[in-house]
Design a protein around this ligand. Sequence first.
Ligand SMILES: [Zn+2]
Length: 426
Amino acid sequence: MTLYRAQVMDTPDDPFRGGELRADADAGVLVDDGMIVERGSYADVRREHPGETVVDLRSGLLLPGFVDTHVHHPQVRAIGALGMPLLEWLDRYALPEEARLADIAYAREIADEFTAALVDSGTTTALVFGSHFAPAVDLLFQKATELGLRITCGLVVGDRMLRPELHTTAQRAYDEALELAGRWHQEGRTRYAVTPRFSLSCTDELLDACSAAKNDIEGSWFTSHINENPAEITKVRELFGCSYLDSYDRHGLVGPHSVFAHNVHPTDTELKLLAATGASVAHCPTSNAALGSGLFPLDRHLSSGVRVALGSDVGAGTGFSLFKEGLQAYFLQQLRGPEGVPMTSAHLLHLATAAGADALGLRDQVGDLEVGKRFDAVWLDPPPGTPLAIGLRYADGPSDALAKAFALATPHDVRGVWVDGERVKG
Ligand SMILES: [Zn+2]
């Protein structure tokens, strides 16, 4: 067993429902075979277990591993294109890059770069939008498995309005999903997610094939985009003659295993259906700001009872760090004025950890550092003398220290990352 000694912060109780930040200044977290078996003050746990190896992390903060609920694996090299709205950005920037993953050598490099970036930023669990090419998705699953990451991912499919080389057919989409799921679904820490790009790029026939795959892969997940940009929403209505959510719902694709990215412009009816079915929304604030998609109505999601977590949406999002996404989520609510949801650092940590675990059905395993959970953790320990190190040193209590972390932390300040008790960074 290993005993971790650290200042630990997590949010086992949802701050959006009255919970508070749990902060232990000098905690002992005892881990056996990847699971947290005891937690208390370091002095108490050490007294009970005097012989175990101690890992001293007191120079920084120990947080639960981050959960990114929306990130595109083929877009690691597409980060940073500014000045375009969604549909133009896709055509000019993202989709040409996605087409390059047809080349297996290229796809291998991308899988390496993508998974390394997740680890580097402290993301231990992710719902990943895969590639349009099955061999590239295979490589991503392989690499994630080598590193031990908790990855739910799938082949991305579309059969219209993309580049021709990205289009598939309903039969091929179904067959490839079943093949990939046969290799990777519920194998170790990987799972399969049926992933139409967005209903704009999918005929009803293809969405039917997605529905069939979802039903035939037991315990699989579903993810796609929704209500990101007004021009896109108008086109979906023209094509399907219904709301964006209904374009999925009429194929049976909305349920507790469904995660929809964005939802910046939902109707009240859509929010009601999301809540009633137990579906989740991945809020992607840097992407929403970069593409000018809009200000996420968090208040309406919360009052409707819709589950919300964070997504980086790389490459429209501007990086892999959920510290940055948390900060941007805070900024967006500030900019909404009286309609904005006031948030503390505890809210941001919750969105980046426990809320994501909940959206992905993994709340019994990860999301906080409670006894019985797997030891997925991030050790934030900035170089001495940096503004973050100074801020943490002079912080006015744990909540203030955590706020400084969200304001200032980058992947360079993440000194250690563990998944299932295995150290994957540092
Ligand atoms: Zn996206």
